[in-house]
Design a protein. Structure first.
Length: 144
């Protein structure tokens, strides 16, 4: 059985003084939530992810995927075919973030409407994440 090696990047740390700090470090930043959002609907190949995350460079996508894999949020599966095929998907631990994303979306929507109440009918008010219809957050204060 192969042994996993974990290399902490320069800006990351192995020890945190607060569990919330650890959680935000894992999912925080400009790209990680967007990448994780794309994986909510199922496994994706590298090229699919790159095309679906507008503005991200290949270098940055690779770095973000490595960090998420290092944190055991996603797993990379390499298929022994030519050309090589690699897929990224949530780990069991990573799948638990779906509830976190829902809670963040509800909180963010409520915050957004508190600071800008006239934004209730805007396009950005729709769900940011790939929840199935039955999983749409129903705790938004501005829903009828």
């Amino acid at each position: 059985m192969p042994v996993a090696k974990f290399y902490m990047t320069k800006k990351r740390q192995a020890y945190y003084t607060c569990s919330m700090e650890a959680a935000l470090n894992v999912i925080g930043g400009k790209w990680k939530l967007t990448i994780l959002n794309r994986l909510l609907s199922g496994p994706k190949r590298y090229g699919e992810l790159h095309r679906s995350v507008a503005g991200i460079t290949e270098k940055m996508l690779t770095q973000q995927l490595r960090e998420l894999e290092e944190d055991q949020i996603i797993e990379r599966t390499i298929y022994p075919v030519v050309p090589p095929r690699v897929e990224y998907a949530f780990t069991e631990s990573g799948k638990k973030l779906g509830d976190v994303f829902k809670a963040l979306e509800i909180w963010g929507s409520n915050f957004q409407h508190r600071i800008n109440p006239i934004s209730g009918n805007a396009d950005h008010d729709k769900s940011c994440y790939a929840f199935k219809d039955e999983e749409q957050p129903d705790q938004l204060i501005h829903n009828p």
